[in-house]
Design a protein around this ligand. Structure first.
Ligand SMILES: Cc1cc2nc3c(=O)[nH]c(=O)nc-3n(C[C@H](O)[C@H](O)[C@H](O)COP(=O)(O)O)c2cc1C
Length: 174
């Protein structure tokens, strides 16, 4: 793998804000990555994606500033919770660093013991497979050990910094 160093990056014709705005046009779902150490842990993440079927791998990218990811990395086991359309508040709650994210949140343990949050569309039980440099983020690859989904539920979407309301309703206004 070749890695571009800071000094090799040439002057850009766009700002970080423009990058954020343009990349925000790419609509995603929202997950909360959870684990249990001394206490239950978790953080909201939209950079989640399916990666490989054989072996079964997924990926997501925590910022280097995340205080929760280093704690989950140390545990080595985590669960990806795919949020449902009625979960915008849960998404915001788990994005607040240094708060009691689990206050009032019901969960049950996954087969590997990580929290499955009540009402999620899907959960994916993983162990850390690899981690790679991703600039101001780190690219985590997880090996999938177990998973399930609720086909009756619609996922929460994230688009241009907002959660589109009722995108799955007939004539939805996403
Ligand atoms: C919808 C949404 C998507 C997010 N996606 C990411 C992401 O992909 N990677 C990331 O590092 N932070 C993401 N965040 C921000 C983190 O949730 C937040 O910075 C982090 O949880 C801070 O808590 P921590 O210090 O406990 O890790 C997202 C936040 C929201 C609301």
């Amino acid at each position: 793998m070749t890695r571009r160093t800071e000094s090799a990056v040439t002057a850009r014709s766009f700002t970080s804000l423009a990058m954020r705005e343009v990349l925000g046009s790419f609509c995603t779902g929202v997950v909360i990555v959870t684990a249990v150490g001394d206490e239950p842990l978790g953080f909201t993440c939209q950079s989640f994606t399916s990666l490989s079927l054989d072996p079964p791998l997924i990926s997501f990218s925590p910022a280097l500033t995340s205080t929760t990811w280093p704690r989950i990395r140390k545990i080595g086991t985590f669960c990806v919770n795919v949020l449902a359309e009625n979960h915008p508040e849960l998404s915001t709650k788990f994005a607040r660093s240094g708060t009691d994210k689990y206050a009032g949140v019901e969960w049950t343990p996954s087969p590997k013991g990580s929290p499955i949050l009540d009402g999620v569309v899907a959960w994916i039980d993983c162990t850390v497979w690899a981690e790679h440099d991703g600039g101001d983020h780190t690219i985590v690859i997880g090996e999938v050990h177990d998973l399930a989904s609720d086909l009756q539920q619609h996922p929460l979407l994230f688009y241009r910094g907002n959660y589109p309301q009722r995108p799955f309703a007939q004539g939805g206004n996403a």
